[in-house]
Each structure stands twice: as C-alpha cells, then as structure tokens.
Design a protein around this ligand. Structure first.
Ligand SMILES: Cc1cc2nc3c(=O)[nH]c(=O)nc-3n(C[C@H](O)[C@H](O)[C@H](O)COP(=O)(O)OP(=O)(O)OC[C@H]3O[C@@H](n4cnc5c(N)ncnc54)[C@H](O)[C@@H]3O)c2cc1C
Length: 378
C-alpha cells in the first residue's frame, strides 16, 4: 500500500479529494472508525472561491456582522465569502474520488497502533471481522492511535436552531462575533448563521478553561429576545467543544505524518481550521504526487502560534483587555485584512497595519506577551 489515511473527518476526506485532483494513481486506504459520521457534521470557513471544495459549500455569504457593547459593523467580505460545507457533501466528494481509482478503498475500523519502520509504517486496524494489518509507505494520520487526550482549554459552544414566523434574521450576513452577551464565564461571543430570514443557528461560544462547563442557556435566551426572535421555535440544538492545543502540534515521525487538528491546524484564537486543512491537503497532495516527503508540506506556523499563544494568555489573564483587542481588530480594519490575518494569509505590511490599528494599550500588551512567548521558547 502506498498511502494509509487515518481518520475520515475534515482532514482525511479533504486529502483524498485533493489527491484525486493531482492525478496520482498509487494505492490508498482511508481508515475510519465511523464514530463521528461526516453526514452529521458541517464545517464553516471563509475563502476566495478558488479552492477545490469551495463550490461544494451549501452556503456562501458575502457579508458579516461583528458587534460589541455600543458598536455594530456590517461588512462586505469580498473577495472572501463565508462558506458552510455540509459533512455529507464532503463525504460524497471523497466517495467519488475513492470510486475513481481501482486501488483506493475505505476500511471501516479503529486504528489501534501505528509503528514506523525503515520502509514505511504498519497500522493495526480493529474491524468487525477482526484485526487487519495495513503496511503503507506513508501514513497520513489525523487520529494518533493510543495518544492520551488531556483536558485542554476549549471553545465551548451551544447552538440553537430556530424557526420564526416573521422574517427576523439578516439572511445576507453571518454574525461572526457579537460580544453583547454575558461575560461572567469568560470571553464570550454570539454567532448567528442564517438559513433564511426566518431560520437561523444562534450560538454562544466561550473561551473556556479546562473542566469548565459554561451555562449558555440563559444568555442565549436573552440574546434571542434582544434580536427580536423570542417567539421563534427551537428545532434543534448542538453543543460542542473545540479543544485548543495545550502543547506543540505532533511532528512527523518517519513515514507517519500528522494531518488535521493533530498537525496544529486549528487556530487557537478562532477555533477555525478548515481553510488551513485545505491548504495543507493541497500541499500534501502535490508532495505525494511529486514523490516527495509529505512531512515537508506542513505550513510554517511559528509566528501565528506565538500570536495565538499571546492572545490566549491575554484571554485567560485579562479578559477585558482581550475583548478590547478583539473589538479594535474587528472595528478598525478593512474586512479583507481581518480575514486574511485570521487565516494566516496576511502580508507583513497588512499585519503591521493591523497592529497599528490597535489601541496603544493593546499593542503594548501584545508585544509584551509576544516577547514573553519568545523568551519561554528559547
Ligand atoms: C465541534 C467542532 C466544530 C468545529 N467546527 C469548525 C468549523 O465550522 N470550521 C472550522 O474551520 N473548524 C471547525 N472545527 C475545528 C476543526 O476544523 C475540526 O475539528 C476538524 O474536524 C479537524 O479535522 P480532523 O480531520 O483533524 O479531525 P476530525 O474531523 O475529527 O476527523 C477525525 C476522524 O477520525 C476518526 N477516528 C478517531 N479515532 C479513530 C481511530 N482510532 N481509528 C479510526 N478512525 C478514528 C473520527 O471518527 C473522525 O471521523 C470544529 C471543531 C469541533 C470540535
């Protein structure tokens, strides 16, 4: 076997799609335990419309709203759009890619061990029919079999799906961050993803300490009343925690190359990872198709990680200061610069301009914390 992809979530499914586009014709197996079917999931991100999976998105909104106490801004996002890809659409794209090659297949089962050696790696997969040994030249691993999962800080959210009789939602714009919600349990913001003027997902998210369980319900009820949707009917709810990496991302070990969240692609300060997963998948596919070591496709994220680390420390130690930094960032910059920055795609000049837009206090705080982060790494 040339390639074993461990985990059929965002990273595994995306990689299969990107590999199919390169025209690479080696053999591949995609291993997934079926515990989190893609069909029940969805990923949101912003992009310019030219990436492989952009056209598969079910939603593409060209405006976004951001707000805080005493201010509100509705922004035209072009050239970006805010997209939502249903997991079923990603799964169908990967299924079509798998079906397009005779030597590509899925294997349903739980990967329990991965052992690298001189010629590749061996993976043990527990299937319904018993254990299966897969030998592969490269293992692209979003799973980390046997790894412990420490309780980390997280973005904890509760979302309610609402249906109203009246057109109460702004169906042309996603509300990305609205800080007008109770802040007693941490830095918290509201998110509203409209499906139509009468239907939306209204979500509250908190940067949450390990072990904490924020009580979102009363805050959600209050916000829903404030946006004029108190009479809306709840049609569903989803609670989730996006773990924020407590340690450096896993490094490649010989033939075993981390992908997805394990590769550190989920940005701590936003919880978004899908756009970075797409760029990494495209780079991995190019490397594999070109016969190169896929470990070299990992994006350089030192600066972004230092920035995230300092923002996270600010959020933990000085929540008021963090809200001021985030508010200034969102209020004082053109949308394209904000989105490129959050996506780690901003030029050095754009980043300098963004820093210059922050209040003096915020700049000084971030610089101090960035220096601290640098000193700790040395
Ligand atoms: C609740 C939640 C919502 C998120 N929403 C967004 C979003 O909207 N936009 C965004 O940009 N980012 C989002 N993220 C962050 C990030 O993009 C996602 O976590 C993303 O799914 C990470 O991709 P992944 O492939 O690493 O992991 P996953 O997508 O979780 O895929 C891992 C797969 O491996 C399988 N698996 C696990 N263990 C084994 C095993 N031992 N053997 C075989 N298979 C196994 C799992 O069942 C799963 O199918 C979200 C994160 C969470 C937790």
């Amino acid at each position: 076997m040339d390639i074993a992809v461990l985990g059929g979530g965002a990273a595994g499914l995306s990689l299969v799609c990107h590999l199919a586009r390169t025209g690479w014709h080696g053999s591949l197996v995609l291993v997934d335990d079926g515990a989190h079917p893609a069909a029940g999931r969805a990923w949101a991100w912003w992009s310019r419309g030219d990436a492989l999976l952009d056209p598969r998105a079910a939603t593409a909104l060209s405006c976004a709203t951001v707000a805080g106490p005493g201010w509100r801004r509705r922004m035209d996002l072009s050239p970006y759009a805010y997209r939502v890809l249903p997991g079923a659409a990603l799964d169908a794209a990967a299924e079509a890619a798998l079906a397009s090659r005779a030597a590509w297949r899925r294997l349903w089962g739980r990967a329990t061990t991965v052992v690298p050696d001189d010629a590749g790696a061996s993976v043990t997969v527990e299937t319904d029919a018993g254990p299966v040994e897969v030998r592969a030249r490269w293992v692209l691993d979003s799973v980390g079999p046997g790894e412990d999962r420490p309780d980390t800080s997280s973005l904890d959210f509760l979302g309610l799906r609402l249906r109203a009789r009246e057109p109460v939602f702004d169906h042309g714009a996603v509300t990305l961050m609205d800080f007008r919600t109770g802040q007693d349990d941490g830095v918290a913001f509201m998110y509203v993803l409209p499906v139509s003027a009468r239907e939306a997902l209204v979500e509250r998210t908190v940067f949450s300490a390990p072990g904490a369980s924020p009580d979102h319900a009363p805050h959600l009820a209050q916000y829903i009343g404030e946006i004029g949707a108190a009479a809306a009917v709840e049609t569903g709810r989803e609670h989730g925690r996006i773990p924020l990496l407590a340690r450096a991302p896993t490094r490649a070990e010989g033939a075993v190359v981390p992908i997805g969240a394990r590769a550190g692609l989920v940005r701590e300060s936003t919880g978004y990872g899908f756009a970075r997963i797409q760029r990494h998948s495209a780079a991995l596919a190019r490397a594999l198709a070109g016969g190169e070591d896929p470990a070299g496709a990992a994006p350089a994220r030192r600066w972004a990680r230092a920035l995230d680390a300092s923002l996270m420390r600010l959020i933990r130690d000085d929540p008021d200061g963090a809200r001021e930094v985030l508010g200034a960032l969102l209020r004082r910059n053109p949308p394209e610069r904000i989105l490129a920055f959050l996506d780690e795609d901003a030029s050095p000049l754009a980043q300098a301009r963004l820093f210059a837009s922050l209040p003096e206090f915020a700049r000084a705080t971030l610089v101090t914390r960035l220096r601290g982060a640098g000193a700790r790494r040395r």
